[in-house]
Design a protein around this ligand. Structure first.
Ligand SMILES: [Zn+2]
Length: 308
């Protein structure tokens, strides 16, 4: 039986890696990988119906989701470690990659897949990034996007509205744990590439299937949750998605994001969580977790400036 074409690069050189029964939707899913670009992808795609209100309460395929706490007060959620890390990483990259904007010119930041709005609110509360004031936009679908629009007065645009914006509308686009949920991962990166101004930054995070922990676990790895994670990457396949769109991969080093990833999995185990929260203050512990899960091995990207 022939395998489906790669959903990132279109190559026909794909092979079946194995099958897995969903933990939430009790049916069998098939994982394929691409010999040309390395994407690992899931068939069939379950659609977006799985992202209902129960999902965002952590009662769906991802037990670690906690939108209500993030929405109410990002500072009281474990995600604060990740959010502050992302803001710091963006500031560092902007200083390194960009000439500073003109005085008084705000930094235009789009959070693509803004969820419960925690990053947007963290940015709004932070006020300035790399010395510049902020003009914030979010994008997502569903009831949380409506709530952010109506109750929090945040500017949340639909996909159609984003697609109609002129090129170069943003200085930073974040896509935090978004791309693995999308069946055609090249599309959002292509849109982000068009919407970034030259020198602009794509701050993208997703799990690393090439990490030592993922390699050892194979398809049993918890990140291989076929109802929701349908496009899975390693550093090389993610870099290829960037370069196909004309972006240049850039290296980043995460710390708080790693702390968050560990703490969220211990949400229901308070004693272990307490011990971990102390251990994760030690840089060698963060470095060891980073090595095992390959978090910082996953690049972000910059839109190159045209040659002068
Ligand atoms: Zn491919």
């Amino acid at each position: 039986m022939s395998t489906p074409a790669c959903r990132a690069c279109g190559s026909a050189r794909t092979r079946t890696r194995g099958e897995k029964t969903g933990a939430h939707l009790r049916r069998v899913f098939t994982f394929h990988d691409c010999a040309d670009c390395g994407l690992l992808f899931v068939e069939p795609f379950s659609g977006f119906g799985v992202y209902d209100d129960a999902y965002y309460r952590g009662e769906g395929p991802d037990p670690y989701v906690d939108y209500e706490t993030e929405y109410r007060d990002w500072r009281s959620s474990d995600r604060r470690h990740e959010l502050e890390d992302l803001v710091g990483i963006a500031a560092g990259l902007l200083r390194r990659e960009n000439a500073p904007g003109r005085a008084g010119e705000p930094l235009r930041w789009l959070d693509f897949g803004c969820g419960a709005g925690a990053l947007l609110k963290c940015l709004r509360d932070t006020g300035r990034v790399a010395g510049r004031s902020l003009e914030l936009t979010g994008h997502d679908v569903g009831s949380w996007a409506d709530r952010l629009r109506s109750e929090d007065r945040l500017k949340i645009l639909s996909l159609a509205e984003l697609a109609s914006l002129p090129g170069g509308s943003f200085d930073v686009i974040s896509m935090i744990e978004v791309i693995e949920h999308l069946p055609f991962p090249q599309e959002p990166v292509a849109l982000a590439t068009r919407l970034l101004r030259p020198g602009g930054l794509l701050l993208l995070t997703t799990g690393n299937l090439g990490s030592p922990a993922a390699r050892r676990a194979g398809l049993a790895h918890h990140y291989c949750a076929p109802e929701i994670h349908v496009s899975l990457f390693n550093p090389d396949s993610l870099s290829r998605v960037y370069t196909r769109s004309g972006l240049r991969p850039v290296k980043v080093r995460y710390r708080g994001a790693i702390r968050f990833k560990v703490l969220k999995t211990l949400r229901h185990r308070p004693l272990l969580r307490f011990v971990a929260s102390i251990a994760l203050r030690l840089p060698p512990v963060i470095a060891a977790v980073d090595l095992l899960y390959g978090v910082s091995a996953m690049p972000c990207a910059v839109k190159p400036r045209p040659p002068a």
